[in-house]
Design a protein around this ligand. Structure first.
Ligand SMILES: [Cu+2]
Length: 320
């Protein structure tokens, strides 16, 4: 019904015909190829939520995410990589098998024009299936990561400017909200964004001048901060691990872009409530941090010394 190996390669007819007589032809390949798409899908589904990636150092993807969104993106990466490796191993196997099984056995050239319709069909369908499965999971994860709600537990306005950050705690989402408390970074003090575990958090970003980018590596996510009354909004379902995490500007925004750091300090909900109370009572961010038993200054980064007077502008006497 279809071209067998013996028909494709007349020069190898003598060697391969007994094998072909046992029915070796396109059918086993068809089964394997058909199983590939389904196998990839099953593998991806199985590995979502699995921690196979830890064994292989995350396959290059950063580990240590602190939000459900970061875990889902990590799982998508691990699942996609495993599926890609499975396809890769299968293809490498086919290549080596062909190289050995159909190696040169004589001077006669094999027939150069043959096709095998079921194989051609599967070569087209299998990649489409694989891409469809990858697209499905990507769309699901992306939609989840970008999802916003109307009633988050905490809303914080992120204001970026050259070259620092201001964080305003709002009483509700939206531009007409009131600022409950505020933290402003300066040349001497790294701004600390204090947030609680276990609560949904909405970030509303806006810039005073140029495009910046709000990036906390442990969120495995960065989002541009635009000027001109544009509010770029994203949310995390919750933060799951207390600690101090460095935050950076991830969009080249000018001379001191590389120094535009901040710190995300994740504390317990109770400590967060007391922090906000202390801020509302008029305390500085540093005093409020001490009041809840936290270090007052950033632990993960420090203000940069620009050495502007002594070195950059050649005025040696100004710095001494
Ligand atoms: Cu910036």
């Amino acid at each position: 019904m279809v071209a067998r190996g013996s028909e494709v390669r007349p020069s190898a007819v003598r060697q391969s015909s007994p094998r072909d007589a046992r029915g070796r032809g396109p059918r086993p390949s068809m089964g394997r190829l058909a199983g590939l798409g389904a196998g990839g899908a099953a593998l991806l589904a199985l590995l979502t939520g699995c921690d196979v990636g830890r064994t292989f150092d995350g396959f290059g993807w950063p580990q240590g995410g602190i939000s459900p969104e970061s875990h889902r993106m990590y799982d998508l990466w691990i699942g996609s990589t495993i599926a890609a490796l499975a396809v890769g191993v299968f293809v490498w196997g086919l290549i080596f098998w062909c190289v050995i099984r159909y190696r040169k056995r004589g001077e006669a050239l094999p027939v150069q024009t043959r096709f095998n319709m079921p194989m051609e069909f599967l070569y087209t369908i299998a990649p489409i299936l694989i891409v469809a499965v990858l697209f499905y999971y990507t769309a699901i994860v992306q939609t989840g990561v970008n999802k916003t709600t109307s009633n988050p537990d905490v809303t914080v306005e992120v204001v970026a400017f050259k070259w620092n950050w201001q964080f305003n705690y709002l009483d509700k989402p939206g531009e007409d909200a009131n600022t409950v408390a505020s933290t402003l970074g300066t040349t001497e003090v790294i701004p600390i964004l204090v947030l609680p575990t276990g609560r949904s958090i909405r970030f509303e970003e806006t810039s005073k001048d140029v495009i910046h980018s709000f990036w906390v590596p442990e969120l495995l996510f960065k989002r541009d901060v635009f000027p001109g009354n544009v509010r770029n909004v994203f949310e995390v379902t919750n933060l799951d691990t207390e600690g101090a995490y460095v935050g950076r500007c991830a969009e080249l925004c000018g001379t001191y872009h590389s120094m535009m750091n901040f710190e995300l300090r994740v504390v317990s909900p109770d400590e967060y409530d007391r922090f906000i109370e202390a801020k509302r009572a008029g305390q500085s961010t540093q005093d409020a941090l001490v009041a809840i038993g936290e270090p007052p200054l950033a632990q993960t980064t420090r203000p940069f010394d620009t050495k502007r007077d002594t070195n950059n502008f050649g005025n040696a006497s100004a710095g001494s």
